[in-house]
Design a protein around this ligand. Sequence first.
Ligand SMILES: Cc1cc2nc3c(=O)[nH]c(=O)nc-3n(C[C@H](O)[C@H](O)[C@H](O)COP(=O)(O)OP(=O)(O)OC[C@H]3O[C@@H](n4cnc5c(N)ncnc54)[C@H](O)[C@@H]3O)c2cc1C
Length: 552
Amino acid sequence: MSNDADVIVVGAGLAGLVAATELADAGKRVIVVDQEGEQNLGGQAFWSLGGLFLVDTPEQRRLGIKDSHDLALQDWMGTAGFDREEDHWPKKWAEAYVAFAAGEKRGWLQAMGHRLFPVVGWAERGGYDAMGHGNSVPRFHITWGTGPGVVEPFERRAREHAKAGRITFKFRHRVDALDMTNGAATGVSGKLLEPSSEARGESSSRVETGDFSLKAQAVIVASGGIGGNHDLVRQNWPKRLGAPPKFMVAGVPAHVDGRMIGITEAAGARLINRDRMWHYVEGVRNWAPIWPGHGIRILPGPSSMWFDATGKRLPSPLYPGYDTLGQLEYIMRTGYDYSWFILTQSIIKKEFGLSGSEQNPDLTGKSWRQVIRRAGAKGGPEPVEAFKNKGADFIVRDNLEDLVAAMNKLGGTSLLDPAFIRMQIEARDREIDNPYVKDSQVMGIHNARRYIGDKLIRTAKPHKILDPAHGPLIAVKLNILTRKTLGGFETDLDSRVFGNDGNIIPGLYAVGEAAGFGGGGVHGYRALEGTFLGGCLFSGRNAGRAAAKAVL
Ligand SMILES: Cc1cc2nc3c(=O)[nH]c(=O)nc-3n(C[C@H](O)[C@H](O)[C@H](O)COP(=O)(O)OP(=O)(O)OC[C@H]3O[C@@H](n4cnc5c(N)ncnc54)[C@H](O)[C@@H]3O)c2cc1C
């Protein structure tokens, strides 16, 4: 039987688009299948903030940041904590990826028209020693245009190739099986789904209208992770984190269902590090949800005080924006699956960001006018103020006793003792009078403000939480939010998938989140942030280029 294309790509998210465009650039014929409709082209990347991990860039240098490949590699390895035999390929991917982020990545994107917002963010600050977790310096480069701005160059290239007949998109094609011939991947088959008119990101119908089967010399699995399937998240929940949360909000659309991971595994592919996941602890219920259980992650600056469900302040260095996995571990040990921020209006105004393209209309719309208005506004950014006023997890009060009473009501318990909370806040507030202090969170605030980017737009001037001049007081109930799958299919640097027998499966490639962003888990246990889109770009590119050479 003749082939329908040279290569089939399963998934029209960022990783699939990158692989497909690289193949088409090399003159190959590609079919891209996706279970969703055309309106979802770009997958999760469209919804993303477009934050990219880049090293030693002109943007960093302009802000006085001295970064280097060696510093970034030190941070990556301290963060990943690779400690398993199966980390062989993930570690190789990590080395190659850091070299990409410190080398070709920025120029390659720029040549396609991609641009960056000039202020570099400082995510995952760690707070341990030099060889421990975290970014030693700010490296989170936000795309001008956020997620859609990351997708745009690849969508444009893919549509040009589609016009020329090199790429064919087949939407509403749900793959149910990888077809294997003599141990090699030679195609996919599955069901046609009825056309969907739902808006991007909304759940679509699963009503089947027929069968399909497609043949090619190679198949690239670019189907994303498992974050939209909470049953799978709970099933893979690592024992070291105790019991999985009872309640979680969804940081990804329902199409991130993990089905294709099971299908690829059933065909003999080796899935590694499935217990490594990157979920956030600052999730709030979206007052205007797009997908089921839609949660938004707060991107917090360093000043909010963080309390567990019993009212105890989180220990050093578990401060906002420092160590996501450490915070998750701590919170799950409390026996409750939520925690609290207490902050002031001055802090929310300067320090709260919300992750997601739709929550940042100024950056997504590439509007300098709106960006400047955001910085100068009396309140917080409009989307943040909307959450403050309408979000189910936000409480605003003029005094602490009323605030804590409302927190107890929202938590449905009487766990929070207002006197105990007051004692901890007053103790912290006494540390504000001197620029040199004992409290390591306050120290961190002073440290942050020595970086011009944080001082300008990300870290409020140190002040007492209980100073009414900075009020009203705000409490936010923080839920666990599912997002990224750090494990995935074990691949070599060409994104070729290993089988359970340790040999490469001919014709099978895996990229993006399905491949743990490269190798089956390029991040190890933790991430430095902005590394997921980058992992899709790098693994998609490697697969596309390698497959183009491999097919005849
Ligand atoms: C709100 C939000 C903010 C984010 N912010 C950032 C950020 O700032 N920086 C960063 O680095 N990362 C960020 N991320 C993460 C990043 O966007 C994702 O990890 C990345 O886009 C995943 O891309 P992918 O191509 O691997 O998978 P996806 O985008 O999930 O695409 C997979 C595609 O495969 C299709 N598919 C799945 N199974 C099948 C099947 N059986 N048959 C046919 N089709 C199938 C799906 O429908 C989907 O279209 C964010 C994510 C979200 C949701």
